[in-house]
Ligand binder design. Structure first.
Ligand code: NAI
Ligand code: MG
Length: 358
């Protein structure tokens, strides 16, 4: 398979971990006879410094023409006092919008060996392996009007969803469940919200199209409780923008470190964007100590969702697990009697494991 991948390193540790993803993808290409070509472009602070804008047209055009996009992270203290149109985060929101990335997928897995790094009890998080599918471009965050009235004494935010917007994200949820363990939890607030009632109706309508998926509806407040009391009961969770934002941050405590969490942002047919959940980590940038796993697992998601290379994606995920099982870890994870390594060594261990398996 021949694919063109655009790399957007961004700022801080984004520049470091993006190389880790590239090295691991090169190992996959070599072992499984694929050709991945890489083209690097600026976004965020790096783009502000070079071009005076967080999202140059050349970057947007390159992404639109690519087969997939890998993004590191943006931001840092250097740009914190910039006016809002010159903030690095504008680049990130801008590229998601330009590519119409309405589906945000966040897999959360409690890796063996790291479970004690979670604030939750080990026996609770052990065996957790879930995927949150969050609607990313609609709902309360984008509805108008959103404003203050009566001299600021009352406020309005608007929650709007169209049938088409709900159908496409619900389809993504069902499809993800088909590729996993066949269980879909649809999270809503259908006892109160009109938008949630339509959401639930659409999930019910779609069930017939996916007979191999078992569906349950859970109200968002109950889902928030179940996520941390019994996370292993979940396979795929599909939900709207605001609920997904809150639940995905809540679920991230299962893994214990931000440095482990990948994400994918997708749309129907176009290019997908893959990035770690963490930011540019200015406190450790340039030191070669960043955990590259979130970025590497994001590359695995790219293989799975953009290129349908499920086996190769699994090879990367298994390699990460094997290296962690062997006791290797970066500084963000405290492992008793583990072996502390830096970004480059962690990356090499994972790439070497991939090469040793084929
Ligand atoms: P952050 O995620 O960059 O860092 C939070 C803490 O986690 C820091 O102590 C950091 O050292 C640690 N950490 C994060 N990723 C790590 C990794 N891979 N390995 C080891 N340790 C890791 O969030 P923070 O500090 O709130 O924000 C820093 C900058 O990043 C800000 O400018 C913020 O706006 C930006 N940011 C960008 C995001 C993105 O590009 N998607 C997301 C979140 C924040
Ligand atoms: Mg959030």
């Amino acid at each position: 398979m021949k694919k063109r991948i655009v790399l957007l390193p961004g700022d801080g540790i984004g520049k470091e971990v993006i190389n880790s993803a590239k090295d691991v993808l090169n190992a996959i290409a070599e072992e499984y006879n694929h050709t991945f070509s890489f083209e690097s472009h600026e976004i965020g602070g790096a783009a502000i410094d070079l071009y005076g804008t967080p999202l140059p047209e050349t970057t947007v055009d390159a992404c639109k023409q690519a087969d997939a996009v890998l993004l590191g992270a943006v931001g840092g203290p250097k740009w914190d006092s910039n006016p809002s149109h010159l903030r690095p985060e504008r680049g990130l929101l801008g590229i998601r919008k330009a590519l119409d990335l309405y589906a945000n997928l966040r897999p959360i897995k409690g890796f063996k060996n790291l479970l004690h790094a979670s604030p939750l009890k080990e026996e609770v998080v052990s065996g957790s392996d879930l995927l949150i599918v969050r609607e990313l471009t609609g709902g309360l965050y984008f509805g108008t009007p959103s404003e203050r009235r009566d001299n600021g004494n009352s406020v309005v935010d608007t929650l709007v969803y169209s049938r088409q917007e709900i159908e496409r994200i619900v389809d993504k949820g069902f499809q993800a469940a088909q590729q996993r363990r066949g269980h879909l939890t649809s999270v809503d607030k259908a006892n109160v919200l009109e938008s949630s009632k339509l959401w639930r109706e659409i999930v019910e309508e779609k069930k017939a199209q996916y007979p191999d998926v078992a569906v349950e509806h859970v109200l968002v407040d109950a889902a928030a409780m179940k996520l941390i009391t019994n996370p292993t009961q979940f396979d795929v969770i599909v939900t709207e923008n605001l609920f997904g934002d809150i639940l995905s941050d809540e679920a991230s405590v299962i893994t214990g470190s931000l440095g482990m969490l990948p994400s994918a942002s997708l749309n129907e047919n176009g290019v997908g964007l893959y990035e770690p959940v963490h930011g540019s980590a200015p406190d450790i940038a340039g030191k070669g100590v960043a955990n590259p796993v979130a970025m590497i697992l994001s590359a695995a998601l790219m293989l799975r969702y953009s290129f349908q290379l499920n086996d190769e994606a699994k090879v990367i995920e298994d390699a990460v697990q094997a290296v962690l099982d062997a006791g290797f870890h970066t500084g963000d994870i405290q492992v008793p009697e583990g072996r502390l390594v830096g970004t480059a060594e962690m990356t090499k261990l994972i790439a070497d494991y991939i090469k040793s398996q084929n």
